[in-house]
Ligand binder design. Structure first.
Ligand SMILES: [Zn+2]
Length: 75
């Protein structure tokens, strides 16, 4: 996989933190599996995982969460 930031084509499996901020809600999800660029450190999350993150953010918003830090739950 090629990094779109620095065009380095080496990424390694690792973990990243994803933050959602919308309508006054802040949701931080830690330990999200991602591909990390070995050159610049940019993280790329697979589509399936980012779908799940979006759903978590929607649920948190619906539940009226203001600020929350979670760990990513593997399926
Ligand atoms: Zn890069």
């Amino acid at each position: 996989m090629k990094c779109i930031i620095c065009r380095n084509d080496e990424t390694v499996q690792g973990k990243t933190t994803v933050t959602f901020e919308r309508n006054g809600m802040t949701l931080v999800i830690k330990n999200v599996p991602a591909w990390i660029c070995t050159n610049c450190g940019e993280a790329y999350v697979d589509e399936e995982i980012s779908d799940r993150l979006l759903k978590s953010a929607e649920t948190a918003e619906y539940e009226g969460v203001e600020v929350e830090i979670r760990n990513f739950q593997a399926a």
